[in-house]
Write a protein that binds this ligand. Structure first.
Ligand code: COA
Length: 375
């Protein structure tokens, strides 16, 4: 059996960005307007005054300095605080297909896999602009790929879960190459009026190709040595919106958006992810010190530093655990893939890397990758 490899990746970065300062300016002007409008209730203690946000807090607590978004104007308008992404008709391309295709074409070009050798497309991300038809089938048609396509959702771990699904399909002989696409429009589910989380997410699309080694012609090929997935139920990262909404009394907008207990998530997920990586390495005859690079989930810089420290001891350099969340923020399932995309070309043959995501579910997905000698 030929080895199964990741042989090409792509990232579509939206052209618009928002710095912490710009986001906080807009949030604070919303807070001042709200407190002014409700001054009487606040004075009577019938309503709590809203508190302002701070750019210093955001950077210190999360490591985020800026984020890319599909619509800056709508988000920064204090009377709106939500991106404006007009509906598209049935005869128009969906937004997720459009941005997913940009990343997918890049991954296909870099992977050197012939379109005819790709047998499946998996779109795997945290939110979908419609339940069906699958965005994956739309992308499949646009790229003229034969075979099958489907959408799946494991929130922040969507890409690593799709990686294992792709590997399994190839291993079973059901596909020669699989295209995995993660169009993450996180600004769509982020509550920009919530001080605790308004700064967390950004938008992006990523893609990568998983293939039988003999199907790809690329300079940078990584054998998928092992994959490992884990889930444990928690509502500490939660989005309660769903197709039954119309059967219930209308709820406040906040109830339909992302919400989390950030501190609990931090505390509970760090040991789960660390242990999963540690045991996975051990099962594969590797030690943490063998890790040349860890492309970790990009939610919080302090979280990644702690995981790296627990695994590797001491202070771990940016060279071993590179960061992209400073400029992209949390992009859910796409974060570790962006990190891989931007930081893999310098690795040498036989170098070991870990691609690891963690988040809602809880879910953790990890893959051990080994760089192969260029053909
Ligand atoms: N500006 C200024 N102060 C803020 C603030 C803001 N935007 N948001 C919260 N604060 C305040 C809080 O009110 C609190 O004040 P207090 O100490 O007086 O009570 C203080 O800052 C600490 O708040 P806390 O929520 O405990 O911060 P934190 O250090 O836990 O950082 C996160 C918050 C969200 C950055 C962090 O918990 C995190 O990233 N967790 C992991 C989340 C994760 O991985 N999620 C996956 C999602 S896909």
């Amino acid at each position: 059996m030929a080895r199964i490899v990741i042989c090409g990746s792509g990232v579509y970065t939206p052209p618009q960005a928002i710095s912490n300062e710009e986001l906080v300016d807009s949030f604070n002007s919303y807070v001042r307007r709200f407190n002014h409008r409700h001054a009487a209730e606040i004075a009577r203690d019938d309503l709590a005054a809203l508190q302002e946000s701070s750019a210093e807090f955001i950077e210190k607590a999360s490591g985020i300095k800026s984020r890319y978004v599909l619509d800056r104007e709508g988000i920064l308008d204090p009377e709106r605080m939500c991106p404006r992404l007009p509906a598209r008709g049935r005869d128009e391309m969906s937004i997720q297909c459009e941005i997913g295709l940009k990343a997918a074409r890049q991954a296909m070009e870099r992977g050197g896999v012939a379109t005819g050798d790709i047998d499946a497309v998996i779109v795997s991300c945290s939110n979908y602009e419609r339940p069906y038809p699958a965005i994956a089938v739309e992308i499949q048609q646009a790229l003229e790929i034969e075979g099958f396509a489907f959408d799946m959702n494991v929130a922040c771990s969507s890409a690593t879960f799709a990686l294992q699904t792709a590997v399994d399909s190839i291993y079973r002989g059901n596909a020669r190459a699989v295209l995995v696409v993660s169009p993450e429009i996180c600004s769509g589910h982020l509550n920009f009026r919530d001080r605790d989380s308004h700064f967390i997410f950004g938008d992006v699309a990523t893609a990568f190709l998983v293939a039988r080694e003999d199907c790809c012609r690329s300079e940078h090929v990584f054998e998928v040595v092992a994959t490992r997935l884990l889930t444990r139920y928690s509502t500490n990262i939660y989005n309660g919106s769903g197709f039954l909404d119309r059967t219930r009394p209308p709820q406040e907008e906040a109830g339909r958006l992302f919400v989390q207990e950030g501190r609990k998530v931090f505390k509970e997920v760090v040991p789960i992810a660390t242990e999963l990586i540690r045991s996975q390495l051990q099962e594969n005859g590797l030690a943490p010190g063998d890790i040349r690079r860890a492309w970790l989930h990009q939610a919080n810089l302090n979280m990644n530093q702690l995981i790296a420290k627990k695994l590797l001891g001491g202070n771990v350099s940016e060279d071993v655990t590179p960061t992209i969340l400073d400029t992209y923020a949390n992009t859910a399932s796409a974060g570790s893939v962006i990190c891989f995309h931007k930081h893999h070309e310098d690795l040498r043959a036989e170098d070991i890397g870990i691609l690891c995501s963690f988040g809602a579910g809880y879910s953790v997905g990890s893959a051990i990758l080994r760089k192969l000698v260029s053909p």
